[in-house]
Write a protein that binds this ligand. Structure first.
Ligand SMILES: Cc1cc2nc3c(=O)[nH]c(=O)nc-3n(C[C@H](O)[C@H](O)[C@H](O)COP(=O)(O)OP(=O)(O)OC[C@H]3O[C@@H](n4cnc5c(N)ncnc54)[C@H](O)[C@@H]3O)c2cc1C
Length: 487
């Protein structure tokens, strides 16, 4: 029998879950507080420029293929993918950068030029990473995190040592050159923790990077959201925006209805893709599973200070994705994870989608997105944002050897206070809950409430974790769990 299912939020995980549940014959309605769908992956359009507000790296194309494949579709039915070549570049000093090309062969040549003999080590490292990818992304991450036994398989037992060693140690065993070390430690930053706190098994991210490559969906990541919205609507999902869910009513351990904009909406099942901590605050206290102390003691992935900049000229000496690793990573990471504060000299990331995609900026102009990772929960004021814009513009001009500041047409910022206001994000986190050993699979906040019978959760604070591909998987996992409990 089809159930009436109410979903809170319209991020990747909610849209994915909605489609699976509608395919299962249920009456599904999404309630989204913002006026557009997509959650952290919304879009900013201004003066002919187009920016992705959140994710910009399209990795693990097989996960997207598998998602659309579950509905008899392909990503190309909804959006066009461009493989980036070069994938990105990394600056280490003035005019001093390494370019990561689009094939392992070319990347090996760049490594060899940097550290003779390193290409042989790289091939061995990536072969292991590929093997981990096959195990993790093709299988393990599709398990719902209900029991520790899900992780115990003959293949994982052979790799048990990799769960107790770290990426940082593994990389340093093979590579001495600090520049190559930081390039190989970069992909796990997407998982939200320091490489020295991320299990070595997560080297599958290095295969995603060097083995599978980096893609750009034409018109930006938002076109993936639009594709998923179109799919959901075609399956009969109803999407209601400007619906701020204020409360989840529970009677005798059973969620009965939502309150949104003062109106009661009854449902047989409630699924929340909003931040986990926030969703629990919508419940009467006795039905919350995790205390404030629990959240306080988790390792959160960083928040971020972002700038969306319209430039009145083309920017030189940068790729579509460019990383600025010219300062001490450890000192910056300390301010994110150990002593939450503003970093003195931040690493930062810049993206220029209009280098690849002419739809992202008017002719002769450039769209630039700048991101500084930060500790969630630190003070966020206009004055601090301006100070950091100045800091990174000065470094950017010096490192890439050009003047850009006088060409800024506009500069919109987004930081901790916006993450809280726009997404009800816990302490303004950007990427959810980090994937450390103690926050993996069954050790993460559960997809199903232990206290409310028909209440479920999905998204980057739950299983399997942060990032767009994991969010798609999270939606699939929770939909399967709901079906399982109904049968
Ligand atoms: C700046 C940034 C850059 C990133 N870069 C990348 C990248 O390059 N590649 C990558 O793979 N991943 C990246 N990520 C991570 C990725 O974007 C997220 O993991 C993913 O989008 C999270 O999706 P979600 O479904 O968990 O939740 P969200 O996108 O957070 O969606 C939750 C939704 O719930 C809504 N909501 C909250 N409270 C309520 C309420 N009370 N009532 C109704 N609705 C509510 C919110 O408005 C929101 O729409 C990035 C994230 C950020 C922020």
């Amino acid at each position: 029998m089809g159930q009436k299912i109410a979903i809170i939020g319209s991020g990747f995980s909610s849209l994915a879950a909605a489609s699976y549940l509608a395919q299962g014959g249920h009456e599904v309605t999404i309630y989204e507080k913002n006026s557009t769908v997509g959650g952290r992956a919304r879009q900013l359009k201004k003066d002919g420029f187009v920016f992705d507000i959140g994710p910009t790296w399209y990795w693990m194309p097989d996960v997207f293929e598998r998602f659309f494949g579950d509905f008899g579709k392909k990503p190309s039915d909804y959006y066009e993918l461009i493989k980036l070549g070069p994938a990105y570049s990394v600056y280490f000093g003035e005019n001093d950068f390494i370019t990561i090309e689009d094939t392992l062969e070319k990347i090996c040549a760049a490594f060899e030029a940097e550290e003779p003999g390193s290409s042989i080590q790289l091939k061995i490292f990536i072969a292991e990473a590929q093997n981990n990818y096959e195990i993790a992304i093709k299988d393990l991450v599709y398990r719902p995190g209900v029991s520790p036994l899900e992780l115990v398989t003959p293949v994982t037992m052979k790799k048990i040592g990799q769960f107790f060693s770290t990426i940082s140690k593994q990389v340093r065993k093979k590579f001495e050159n600090p520049r190559l070390v930081s390039i190989l430690e970069f992909p796990v930053l997407f998982l939200g923790a320091k490489p020295s706190n991320t299990p070595a098994f997560y080297s599958f991210m290095n295969y995603a990077d060097f083995g599978l490559g980096t893609f750009h969906p034409k018109d930006g990541m938002y076109s993936v959201i639009e594709g998923m919205k179109q799919l959901a609507l075609s399956l009969g999902v109803t999407i209601q925006t400007d619906q701020n869910v204020e409360k989840i009513n529970v009677e005798q351990g059973h969620a009965t209805s939502l309150v949104s904009n003062g109106q009661h909406i009854s449902a047989d099942i409630i699924l929340s893709g909003a931040d986990y901590h926030h969703t629990e605050t919508l419940l009467p206290t006795k039905y919350r599973q995790y205390s404030e102390n629990y959240w306080e003691n988790r390792t959160f992935a960083p928040s971020a200070l972002l700038f969306y900049v319209g430039f009145d000229k083309k920017i030189e000496n940068v790729e579509h994705h460019t990383l600025f690793f010219d300062v001490d990573f450890e000192a910056h990471a300390y301010t994110i994870y150990d002593e939450p504060s503003w970093p003195e000299n931040p690493l930062f990331y810049a993206s220029f989608p209009s280098k690849t995609d002419k739809h992202c900026a008017p002719d002769g102009k450039e769209a630039g997105i700048f991101l500084i990772p930060l500790a969630p929960g630190i003070e966020d004021t206009e004055a601090i944002r301006e100070q950091y814009f100045d800091k990174i513009m000065t470094r950017f001009e010096y490192l890439t050897n050009q003047k850009v500041r006088n060409f800024v047409i506009f500069n919109e910022s987004f930081c901790i206070n916006d993450f809280v206001a726009d997404y009800n994000s816990y302490k303004g986190n950007a990427y959810g809950l980090a994937n450390t050993l103690l926050q993996t699979a069954f050790l993460r906040p559960k997809l199903k409430s232990k206290k409310v019978k028909n209440l479920y959760f999905t998204g980057q604070l739950s299983v399997p974790g942060p990032g767009v591909p994991p969010s798609l998987i999270s939606g699939k996992l929770v939909a399967s769990l709901i079906e399982k409990h109904l049968n």
